[in-house]
Ligand binder design. Structure first.
Ligand code: DON
Length: 572
């Protein structure tokens, strides 16, 4: 079914200038933060009295806002943003990956949707021992069975108001007519061109004339448009059966991958009860396994809550407690958590306030040593988050990923979309670090049909009166968990505006490697010295994340997009 009139309307509004952005974060320095911190005052802030969409791409956010203004609800808008991101934000937006969505309808009955990829039936625990570790990160063998199309169509089936065709149409137009590439996305493709060039369909799609599309040029993806049309016409079956499925299987044969027609036909998204965390009177809903996000962030928050009022932001005392809380939460994550269809996750114990007190009582004045291990490289940027609130107060928090930047780097020939490299999120060699340096055990070992453990932490926060307060999430591998923790704590404990909470420098500890990572140029040198004196190994490494959040204000909603990357919001 085509909707020419509606599509024309959408194209007109897509070509309109970006929604005005006014920085709400003053250039005033944050306490405990270097005066030369480059992101001060740079958060991209959008205000709306009724509704708001923020995502890693300003164009995708406009698609979401247009769907809302045409009478769609937050889920319609989220699904439209999800498909649009697959076109306009190819480093991470996807139909060849997977994700997690927290949906809070205005009646307050929160649901979590798990559309994480699964290991193909032919996968086995030690498959990368023979194939080599690089095979879990780049190429056909690194791909799990994609979940994104099953997830987006299932969310729409259960909650959507507009026809599926109406919410996919903007993505189809952006793919067939093309969109104007901005600086961020041109540089992003350039950064990963060495991997993309390895696979002919990726080279043809993303490096036309053997170069990344230049800033300001129009980038068209006709094969991707045809795949999206198949989904528009046949729903999930248009992807998991029929010619698109045939092309995925042919691509697997071409490159020695494992995904079969049966793997595709049997893939299902799963509805789950969200993790519910209470923190200083606020309520936070987040993702349960197969993501570790909600549980691990819940453990960190529970440990921190018991310290009482926290020391000031940026102080060594605060960073020390946070590092020790994170260390313990990640140790449990890496030991116990995995796909609940395969392992028992002791959620009641891990999330109890009593257990948090037990862990807190182990934290003293000095860092706790953890075993030495072989360090591993950091990960890419192939995850993206979007947050949506509609005029009726329905809200969606969604994080979706291909894992590494541009996933496996393999584009399905003839179908125009990238496949994920999510297999590396398994403990591909239990006890050895993965791409993110995470050392995990048997609970997350590879098994056929199993979902690999994630760190994605899409979250929705209610205030102490149980009113919708904030929607938040980010990409960033294991640092996702600590970033969402930071934003929530910065707002609740340190009374920051959401803009400042997003701009503020970040620290991270994930048990192994045993080092406290901090963003470069943020915390004061004397703070880092004080942490070293407490026994912490400090690792100063770049800048990370792309928080896309919405917060309630006295006049409506404020969308905040992280200045570290190329996102933006759109509201009304
Ligand atoms: O699911 C996960 O935890 C990872 N695949 C997320 C990867 C990620 O965030 C990379 N982007 N920065």
């Amino acid at each position: 079914m085509r909707l020419p009139a509606a599509a024309a309307l959408l194209i007109i509004s897509l070509s309109a200038a970006c929604a005005p952005r006014t920085p709400a974060s003053g250039a005033a320095p944050l306490p405990g933060v270097s005066g030369s911190w480059p992101f001060l005052g740079k958060a991209r802030v959008t205000s709306g009295s009724e509704a708001m969409v923020v995502s890693g791409s300003p164009l995708a956010s406009q698609v979401g806002r247009d769907i809302l203004q045409r009478g769609g609800n937050a889920v319609d808008a989220a699904v439209a943003v999800g498909f649009a991101l697959a076109v306009v934000h190819p480093e991470a937006g996807n139909i060849g990956g997977g994700g997690f969505m927290i949906i809070r309808p205005r009646d307050g009955r929160v649901q979590a949707l798990d559309y994480r990829e699964t290991a193909p039936a032919l996968a086995s625990r030690d498959m990368y021992r023979a194939a080599g570790e690089e095979a879990s990160v780049t190429g056909h063998l690194s791909a799990g069975v994609p979940g994104a199309v099953a997830g987006l169509t299932e969310a729409h089936r259960r909650y959507g108001k507009l026809p599926l065709a109406a919410v996919i149409e903007p993505a189809i137009r952006l793919a067939s007519d093309g969109f104007v590439v901005d600086e961020y996305r041109s540089l992003s493709i350039a950064d990963d061109s060495a991997r993309l060039v390895l696979f002919p369909a990726s080279r043809a799609t993303f490096l036309p004339a053997d170069r990344p599309p230049a800033e300001g040029s129009t980038f068209r993806q006709p094969e991707l448009a045809a795949t999206l049309e198949a989904i528009r016409d046949s729903g999930a079956a248009g992807f998991y059966r029929g010619w698109v499925a045939d092309l995925i299987v042919a691509e697997m044969k071409r490159g020695g991958g494992l995904i079969s027609r049966e793997d595709l036909a049997s893939y299902r998204a799963i509805w789950r009860d969200p993790v519910e965390i209470s923190y200083r009177g606020y309520t936070i809903y987040s993702m349960p396994p197969a993501s570790s996000g909600g549980v691990t962030m819940g453990q960190i928050l529970n440990i921190m809550e018991g310290f009482g009022p926290l020391p000031p932001f940026g102080s060594a005392a605060l960073l020390h407690w946070e590092a020790e809380a994170m260390r313990r939460a990640f140790t449990d994550r890496n030991t116990y958590l995995g796909d609940p269809a395969f392992v028992r996750n002791p959620l009641d114990r891990l999330l109890s306030k009593e257990y948090a007190s037990e862990l807190r009582s182990q934290i003293g004045a000095r860092a706790t040593a953890t075993p030495v291990f072989r360090p591993a490289p950091g990960g890419g940027s192939s995850t993206t988050h979007y947050s949506v609130i509609d005029a009726e107060g329905n809200s969606v928090s969604c994080t979706t990923t291909l894992n590494n930047s541009y996933g496996s780097a393999v584009t399905v020939t003839g179908a125009g979309f990238l496949l994920n490299d999510e297999m590396d999120d398994f403990a591909t060699s239990p006890g050895e670090p993965n791409m993110y340096g995470l050392v995990q055990g048997g609970a997350n070992a590879i098994q056929p049909g199993k979902r690999m453990l994630s760190a994605m932490t899409p979250s929705i926060v209610l205030d102490p009166t149980k009113q919708l307060y904030m929607v938040v999430g980010t990409p960033g591998g294991p640092r996702i968990i600590t970033m969402v923790y930071h934003v929530i704590s910065n707002v609740i404990d340190h009374r920051m505006s959401l803009a400042d909470a997003v701009v503020a420098p970040r620290m991270h500890h994930q048990a192994l490697p045993d080092s406290l990572r901090v963003e470069e140029g943020g915390f004061l040198p004397e703070t880092l010295d004080s942490l070293r004196q407490r026994g912490h190994g400090i690792s100063v490494r770049g800048h990370w994340g792309d928080v896309e959040g919405i917060i309630r204000t006295p006049t409506g909603w404020q969308g905040v997009s992280d200045p570290r990357r190329g996102g933006g919001g759109s509201g009304y």
